[in-house]
Ligand binder design. Structure first.
Ligand SMILES: Cc1cc2nc3c(=O)[nH]c(=O)nc-3n(C[C@H](O)[C@H](O)[C@H](O)COP(=O)(O)OP(=O)(O)OC[C@H]3O[C@@H](n4cnc5c(N)ncnc54)[C@H](O)[C@@H]3O)c2cc1C
Length: 277
């Protein structure tokens, strides 16, 4: 039997910190951390959270076959709440995994999503599950600039800031990088560490910053072959991609784009609409 490249692991929250007011960093430990791998700096994992009344999420077992079919076969009212997050850091000594949760505000009167709620209340000893790769080379990361790339363009919002921070940390010294991050609040501007030649623009909504595609339209971009990585709210990602491929003539294959969330829609609703399509 071939080994499944993605497997379920159990993690235990060790501690939480606040990198800035709208973020909770949860550091996880547990014996399983040693077995999971992380490849690119936008490595995504599926997180499984317990439902009210459970002290650990209900997940498929190791012999239940392909994860998607196994998870779907579980009772939807009982199985763990599934959400997608980025590995912010994976350390080996000690074995620890960090995930940065943007603790978003939702419309007045409605509750925040379950992952946000979980992160805001997380404490030492809380248990979650994660579906993660067992090999560094895996299909669950996208930032892969090809040889011949002259410069990098990155866009995101709070949900993509953990990935953008990791990508910037990983860029070779001197790489030209143009980066736009949309934030609701100026207090969430992080000190980003990079050896790249990075031109970083924070688009703070509280300060009436322009939309990301407008900011790019007004920018002086370098010549040469670009590679773009776009993530964040779906409509914004689409608008930026349209601008890059349409008006600026970027090669489609050189624009990696992922909607990380959709306004007014939970991840469960997104999954259901994908299944119905
Ligand atoms: C590949 C990938 C990697 C991701 N990595 C991260 C990460 O590292 N950190 C992170 O914080 N998020 C990340 N996200 C986004 C995260 O999965 C979503 O924000 C998710 O919807 C949060 O779940 P929830 O239970 O809090 O809200 P849900 O129950 O899914 O949604 C509840 C409500 O909140 C709104 N909402 C959801 N997310 C946001 C947001 N960011 N800002 C404002 N409103 C929102 C929804 O539109 C909905 O109305 C990633 C997504 C993907 C696809």
């Amino acid at each position: 039997m071939t080994e499944e490249p993605f497997q379920f692991f159990s993690l235990t929250a060790l501690r939480t910190t606040r990198p800035s007011p709208s973020f909770v960093r949860v550091t996880f430990g547990g014996d399983d951390v040693a077995r999971l791998a992380s490849g690119g700096r936008d490595q995504r994992v599926k997180l499984f959270l317990p439902r009210p009344g459970q002290n650990a999420p209900v997940m498929p077992g190791p012999d239940d076959g392909h994860w998607w079919a196994a998870w779907r076969a579980l009772d939807p009212d009982v199985r763990g709440v599934m959400r997608t997050y980025t590995v912010r850091d994976l350390r080996r000594e000690p074995q620890e995994l960090d995930i940065d949760f943007a603790v978003h505000e939702v419309a007045p009167g409605s509750d925040e999503g379950p992952a946000t709620r979980w992160a805001l209340n997380a404490g030492s000893g809380d248990r979650v599950g994660v579906l993660a790769p067992i090999h560094e080379e895996n299909v669950a990361y996208d930032f892969r600039p090809p040889d011949g790339t002259d410069w990098i363009l990155l866009t995101g919002d709070e949900s993509a800031l953990p990935a953008v921070a990791g990508i910037l940390e990983s860029l070779p010294p001197g790489t030209p990088a143009h980066v736009w991050i949309a934030l609701q609040h100026a207090s969430d501007r992080w000190e980003l560490s990079t050896k790249a030649d990075a031109h970083l623009t924070w688009l703070v909504q509280d300060e009436s910053a322009p939309a990301t595609e407008e900011a790019i339209r007004a920018a002086d971009l370098p010549d040469g072959t670009p590679y773009a990585w776009l993530a964040g709210e779906s409509a914004t990602v689409k608008a930026v991609r349209r601008h890059l491929v349409g008006e600026l003539g970027f090669d489609r294959a050189a624009v990696r784009f992922t909607g990380y969330w959709r306004r007014g829609t939970s991840e469960d609703e997104l999954l259901r609409s994908g299944e119905d399509a």
